[in-house]
Ligand binder design. Sequence first.
Ligand SMILES: Nc1ncnc2c1ncn2[C@@H]1O[C@H](COP(=O)(O)OP(=O)(O)O)[C@@H](O)[C@H]1O
Ligand SMILES: [Mg+2]
Length: 327
Amino acid sequence: MTFIEVNNASKKFRINQRASGIPGMIANLFAPKYEYRQAVKDISFSIEEGEMTGFIGPNGAGKSTTIKMLSGILCPDSGEIKVGGFSPYKDRKKYVGNIGVVFGQKSQLQWDLPVLDSFELLKAIYRIPEKMYRDNLERFTEMLDMSGFLQQPVRQLSLGQRMRADIVAALLHSPKIVFFDEPTIGVDVAGKETIRQFIRELNEKDNITMIFTTHDMQDIEKVCDRLIIIDEGTKVYDGELMGIRERFGTTRQLDVEFVQECSVEPIEKVEILELDQRKKRFIFENRDVKIDELMNELLAKYSIRDINISEPEIERLIRRIYQGEVS
Ligand SMILES: Nc1ncnc2c1ncn2[C@@H]1O[C@H](COP(=O)(O)OP(=O)(O)O)[C@@H](O)[C@H]1O
Ligand SMILES: [Mg+2]
């Protein structure tokens, strides 16, 4: 069942181009100059119930703007957004009870209050039933290993602890959809891993539909099945994480260890490197050579001890997609 449907959504921001100094201030008062920045351009996608989608793109690509439109904070200038039957912006009063949002850059917790008090406050705001609140609090704080700092004021927490607290805060009312906007930004490696595992587990066990934005490719590789890449407000890729290698992965290599020293006949469109006496590397373009055919050919002709295929590194690929080298 399609749960999130975005059709040609666009959003631009008006930026005041004020000249500097007092003359600028006065000019701005009488004839303000504006410039428009197109943050999101004609984006369309649809997401099924229970899906876990990663949204990746460089800084300023339009990820947060998209999340804000999806969560009803911003209204698209044009196009249509439907989430679980709601128009997020128009129906936002009814809608907010169904969603959870985590902004890595901005906490929804009370800075001076202990974490637990912030949670109690949210319980009152969202009118969360006692049992739901207790169950969720116990389960999530345990999964995220938070017992040690629930009584501490938020301002004393490390970034990773604060992020975990923010994640729980977004989930206390058992939302069916959760948007995570850079939930691992600035968090140390171990903390990132905890957050990733938690998100993954929650998606699998509770069938919550999730969108996860990041500019960290490792987040995506570890958490998401599906990937949407955006750059300069436009969608440049939408598909499976695996598909990206097929579509964009150009160069591949096969490292082969032979049982004994041997010479290999040249193969068309394959570059062969000598790694040592018994090891050779075969480098080729995806579109020229079918990897299984090459492997079969080698296995038929030579005695082979071991074969290793190395995939092109996703991060490098995405960088190339950003830079428009492949499309
Ligand atoms: N409130 C705003 N006012 C003006 N420009 C904005 C505002 N929010 C975002 N932008 C601009 O829109 C573009 C996309 O921003 P954003 O969605 O935050 O990107 P990302 O989250 O991918 O880093 C950027 O160029 C940013 O400067
Ligand atoms: Mg952002």
